[in-house]
Design a protein. Structure first.
Length: 153
């Protein structure tokens, strides 16, 4: 698994939305400016997250985006799988996106065995961290600010 710029921007946007959970929607322009993400690219990412049911939008002059469920219920694994695809470094060890590998015998492949351990470690961490925990880490690392939109991810 390699996190692309798209995946990084998705997580950064979710932190902003997580820090503002329970409040009014956050304008896409605000997220774009705060996180230095091109607005058009951010629109595509947020629409993709909307199709996954992770965020919802409100149209109009006072429109914007917000999380569709509590940040405690959104794991990083869910988001990254939706944006990037499998968490596994090779497809033959992926539980959700398995593809047969070219080795003569998967059960005796040393590379596959190591990559399965890598996958298990990645999954354990990303399944165990939610948007809420990511937001808490941002707050801890940067100190408490009066305005959640002041956080730099």
């Amino acid at each position: 698994m390699k996190l692309s710029l798209r995946g990084e921007y998705a997580l950064r946007a979710l932190v902003v939305l997580g820090l503002n959970y329970g409040e009014a929607v956050v304008r896409i322009q605000t997220i774009s400016e705060q996180q230095n993400v091109p607005k058009r690219f951010l629109e595509q990412i947020l629409n993709d997250l909307k199709s996954a049911g992770i965020v919802e939008s409100k149209r109009g002059i006072s429109g914007g985006y917000r999380l569709s469920k509590a940040p405690e219920k959104i794991s990083l694994a869910l988001v990254i799988r939706h944006i990037e695809g499998p968490l596994a470094p090779v497809r033959c060890v992926s539980e959700k996106f398995y593809a047969r590998c070219s080795c003569p015998d998967e059960s005796k492949c040393g590379i596959r065995s190591v990559m399965k351990e890598v996958r298990d470690a990645i999954v354990a961490i990303l399944e165990g961290v939610t948007v809420a925990e990511l937001c808490a880490r941002v707050k801890q690392l940067q100190g408490v600010h009066a305005n959640p939109l002041d956080y730099i991810i």
